[in-house]
Design a protein around this ligand. Structure first.
Ligand code: NAD
Length: 258
């Protein structure tokens, strides 16, 4: 029986690292793919070494690089789980969005997931495996970062496209939509406003922001046999954000109970 492989893209980032660590439970090998190969190598070592956690340098926006990643996965086993986690946002408003930014954000946050899926789909068929796409609450509502958000909304639809067309092969596809997670991606905003995370909490029903491990738990569940009948969904991991805001409910209802 071939070894089961989980691929996590963007695995050198904080969320990717937490997902890779969690998928170590349930997979023989976790392939940490990141454009920053050195950082991926360090992450793999931190997670317990190169036997079970393998690092590979991969630009997920580049088809040749993605093909090499798929080959590397095939050389150690069969892909059972693909987590499309690499992602980033480059402009905060439409006013600040250039054509290049629009294209780059779509390439990284949407097209890359398509490329990675197509590169490993035969292995996913063999393993009757699953895809977990890391989307964002930005793909569900407007919270800034337009090009990124449009791409994440597209990623939610790609999730459904895979679920419907590939369900007959036993392949499941689901998305996780995190809200604010304190990661390297927030560095510039945290540098501009040291209170940004405190200010963010006010909008969350649970009055806290999301931790990387919260995202990792959701991914682990969706990739596991426990979620064997779940396909085509988006699971928000958002401390209640997309359910509504207590402040808005208080104003609209004039009730002190919100
Ligand atoms: N941090 C948040 O608040 C938040 C909220 C919602 C969704 N997300 C999503 O979670 C995912 C992880 O975000 P994060 O906050 O951990 O980001 P991060 O910036 O900490 O990590 C992203 C990783 O992706 C890698 N990467 C960038 N471009 C790449 C490419 N072309 N090929 C391969 N790897 C590449 C980077 O080197 C980095 O290691 C992203 O898809 C992001 O959109 C994050």
């Amino acid at each position: 029986m071939p070894k089961s492989v989980a691929i996590v893209t963007g695995a050198a980032g904080d969320i990717g690292r937490a997902i890779a660590a969690r998928l170590g439970d349930g997979h023989d090998i976790v392939l940490l793919a990141d454009i920053n190969g050195e950082a991926a190598k360090k992450t793999a070592l931190d997670l317990g070494g190169t036997e079970r956690f393998l690092a590979i340098s991969c630009d997920v926006t580049d088809a040749a690089s993605v093909a090499a990643m798929a080959e590397a996965a095939a050389s150690v086993g069969t892909v059972r789980t693909l987590v499309n986690n690499a992602g980033a946002a480059r402009a905060v408003s439409l006013h600040d969005t250039t054509h290049d930014i629009w294209r780059m954000d779509n390439a990284l946050n949407l097209e890359a997931a398509f490329l990675c899926f197509r590169a490993v789909e035969e292995m996913l068929k063999e393993s009757r495996g699953s895809v977990v796409n890391i989307a964002s609450v930005n793909g569900m509502n407007v919270f800034g970062h337009p090009a990124y958000s449009a791409a994440k909304a597209g990623l939610l639809h790609l999730t459904r496209l895979i679920a419907v067309e590939y369900g007959k092969f036993g392949i499941r596809a689901n998305a996780v939509a995190p809200a604010t997670v304190r990661t390297q991606a927030w560095e510039a905003r945290a540098a501009a406003n040291a209170q940004v995370f405190e200010e963010a909490k006010r909008w969350y029903p649970l009055q806290r922001i999301v931790e990387p491990k919260d995202v990792a738990e959701a991914v682990h569940f969706l990739a596991s046999p426990a979620a064997g009948a779940i396909s085509g969904i988006c699971l928000p991991v958002d401390c209640g954000l997309t359910a509504g805001q207590a402040e808005v409910a208080r104003t609209f209802s004039q009730s002190i109970h919100y």
